[in-house]
Design a protein around this ligand. Structure first.
Ligand code: FE2
Length: 173
């Protein structure tokens, strides 16, 4: 998922901590809006322009230790027709596959410091604040690329008390 046009390039890194382990050689898929908050989707109605250099989706296989990196642009927030003035915070949709397509967990990743997170009705549907925090990627200065890209760390935890909040959680944990 590469972009050559404006937008803030970021990458996401999964560390080697056992608590953070996505299964090794597992398939991760991501999809997101462009820097203006626009999806490349035929039902998209937001007025922000499409970016001809950005598709908005990608996939990768985690390494032997369950780590992954995506290099992309920072997605823009976008409004949605819910209340009078509701906005989705900048986010990236994640899908993590198990042994096959029937084992799939889906969630959304947010960015540390985004004040829209706590105003979003969709985020607000999660009553457990710690579960919300598990969806917020942390700025990771040590893995930034000088003069190029910022980095955020998003640990996906599949099992246990600290597991990531998944949209289809009942199926997954
Ligand atoms: Fe979205």
């Amino acid at each position: 998922m590469l972009a050559t046009e404006p937008g803030i390039r970021v990458r996401y890194i999964l560390p080697t901590s056992p608590l953070s382990c996505v299964r090794r050689n597992g398939l991760i898929e991501v999809w997101q809006a462009n820097a203006g908050g626009r999806y490349r989707h035929k039902k998209e109605g937001y007025l922000a322009p499409l970016d001809p250099n950005f598709g908005g989706c990608g996939r990768c296989i985690t390494d032997e230790e369950g780590r992954y990196i995506f290099r992309t642009i920072h997605p823009g927030p976008y409004p949605w027709p819910n209340g009078v003035n509701d906005w989705r915070p900048a986010h990236i949709h994640f899908s993590v596959f198990g042994q096959g397509f029937a084992q799939r967990l889906i969630t959304q990743m947010y960015f540390e410091g985004d004040s829209l997170i706590w105003r979003c009705p969709i985020v607000g549907s999660i009553s457990d604040k710690d579960a919300v925090r598990s969806l917020i990627a942390q700025y990771d200065h040590d893995n930034t690329v000088p003069m190029d890209a910022r980095a955020y760390r998003f640990d996906i935890v599949l099992r246990g008390r600290r597991s990531t909040m998944f949209e289809n959680k009942l199926e997954g944990n």
